[in-house]
Every structure is written in C-alpha cells, then in structure tokens.
Design a protein around this ligand. Structure first.
Ligand code: ATP
Length: 293
C-alpha cells in the first residue's frame, strides 16, 4: 500500500461484471476492478485475453454490453494506446507529437518533456527515437493534460530490460508527484511493476487477482535480477488452464476444445489477494468463485 493512495477516495473508474460483445462473440466478460487516486492496477494476460478491451471499457472508448462501468464525473483521462494511428512516413518532431490532437502552450510542452527526461529531444524526429524515448514522449503527451487517471497500454514495448526499469521508476514518480491513478497493461505474464497495488489477470474473464508477491524483496530475486531491478519488478505467479480461441471456443490444458468454459467456472473466479507464488490455480471445482457484480 503506498502513501499516496487514500483508501477512502472514491474510485476514478469502476467496472462490475462488465463485458464487450462484438461480431457475434464476447471479447471479454465479467470484468470487475476499480482504480482509485494514487492506485496502480496492472492488467496481465495472454494475447487476445481482453486487456486492451477492458482498459478501453474503463475509459469509455469501448462501450460495455453487459455489467456496469462508472467513472468519476468530469474524469480526465491520459491514454497511451498500444499503437498510434500516425503516418510514420511523414517527418514528425517530438514537439509536434505533443500537440497533434489538441493544442498545448509551448511552456507546457517543454515542462512535460522535462518531467519525463527528454527535454533535449523536443526538436528530434519521432521516427529516430529509441523505444524508451518514444514511450517517454507518449507519457509526456498523456501527462500534459493533467489526467486523473493514466492508462498505459504496454508502455515498455520495444524497451530493453534497464529501460523497462527506468520507465517503471518514471511511472512511479509520476504517480507520487501527481497522485493520479494508473491502469497499466503489461505484456509480461509473470513480472509486473513492484509498485502495483492490484494485478488483474485476464483470460477472456478475470482469471485471478492479487498483489504482486513480495518475492522481489527476497535475496534470491535480488541475486537473479539485481537490487535495482528488485525494487522495481515483482513476480506474479499463476497458471492458465485454458485459452479462449479466436472463434469463441475454449481450449483446455489437456488439449480438449469445448464451446464454453466449464459451467462451474463462471466467467471469473478470482481469489482475492492471491499472494503465494508457488501456487498455481486452475478451474478447481472447490475453489471459491467470484461472481460479484
Ligand atoms: N473492435 C473490435 N471488434 C472486434 N473484435 C475486437 C475488437 N477489438 C479487439 N477485438 C478482439 O478481442 C480480443 C481481445 O482483444 P484485446 O486487444 O483486448 O486483447 P489483449 O489482451 O489486449 O491482447 P494483446 O496482448 O495481443 O494486445 C481479440 O481476439 C481481438 O481480436
């Protein structure tokens, strides 16, 4: 639990049993989570498991077809999508990128670039930026609008290990400085930002949720990743026992394919505050199912 977070603060966004249905199938169902001011929530899950869809539902970019999605009145959202719809054949400076979709006074552009450590690259062409510099430019662009919630879809894509640690440190310091809530989508199934308050693992539904295990504090982890990494990264250990195929059917761990998840599984069977790191989970019949919402 971090000092910035007020446990009493009303959620900025909250989803209850939310799902999206498109082109004859459910992309994701039964999604429950909320993000409060100062809180960091990380969505993980395999490709196509509904991470981006859930984040888009949370901020209203995609409409939920079931369940409830509530947002604080007047919520300001800073969204860094996985991909930008930009014509990369055209030269584009970092400064121009900052004002591409909405005007921003020059001094605010400079301040935002300064805050993410790339003030010296204001005149550089976006095409020439490294992966880490590009993600910083996108962060600056989102932060310049002083959002209540920052939604980052895979912010460490194309970034090496040390760059990843530096970016997570930056995200933490942005949270500490502004108190904004952060909804992060991670491409890594098992290693998440240590500052994460809640990990939500999606697999077409909420598969499990919990805090990142405190293994990052363990001597073994420090030996493996180094002390600096151990401060920033934590392991979230779990197993998936089934995969949702693109045609809507479900492939189970034994290779069998059925039309649905097993009926007793429900759409989501979270076991809150899953903190043991050796203990995988599956669709065990005797496990407590989370059908809230
Ligand atoms: N607008 C849409 N219309 C129809 N299907 C969609 C739409 N957006 C996403 N999908 C499908 O929904 C599923 C979930 O996609 P989503 O992008 O949420 O997954 P993800 O977990 O973020 O995946 P990745 O890790 O690959 O980014 C995918 O099968 C995708 O093809």
């Amino acid at each position: 639990m971090n000092a910035m977070k007020s446990g009493e603060a009303a959620p900025l966004v909250s989803l209850a049993g939310a799902g999206v249905y498109r082109n004859g199938r459910w992309l994701v169902r039964g999604v429950d989570f909320s993000v409060r001011p100062g809180e960091i929530v990380t969505l993980i899950g395999p490709n196509g498991s509904g991470k981006s869809t859930s984040a888009k539902m949370a901020i209203g970019v995609m409409k939920a077809d079931e369940g409830r999605v509530e947002r604080k009145a007047g919520l300001r959202v800073g969204y860094v999508p996985q991909r930008l719809a930009v014509d990369w054949t055209m030269p584009l400076t970092v400064r121009r990128l900052m004002t591409l979709t909405a005007p921003l006074p020059a001094e605010e552009v400079d301040a935002a670039l300064q805050a993410v450590g790339i003030a010296h690259l204001a005149g550089a062409e976006v095409q020439h930026l490294s992966g880490g510099e590009f993600q910083r430019a996108l962060l600056a662009r989102a932060m310049a609008r002083k959002p209540d919630i920052l939604v980052l879809d895979e912010p460490v894509q194309g970034v090496d290990f040390s760059g990843e640690i530096a970016l997570y440190d930056l995200i933490t310091s942005i949270r500490n400085a502004t108190g904004c809530g952060i909804l992060l989508i991670s491409h890594d199934l098992h290693v998440v930002m240590a500052e994460t308050d809640t990990v939500i693992c999606l697999n077409g539904h909420v598969c499990c949720r919990g805090t990142p295990a405190a293994v990052s504090q363990s001597p073994e982890y420090m030996r493996l990743f180094g002390a600096k990494a151990a401060q920033t990264l934590a392991v979230y250990s779990h197993e998936h026992d089934h995969t949702h195929l693109p045609d809507g059917r479900v492939q189970h761990a034994d290779g069998s394919v059925t039309d649905h998840c097993h009926p007793e599984d429900g759409h989501h069977h979270g076991h809150d505050h899953h903190e043991d790191h050796d203990h995988g989970h599956g669709h065990h019949k005797n496990r407590e199912h989370d059908h809230a919402g």
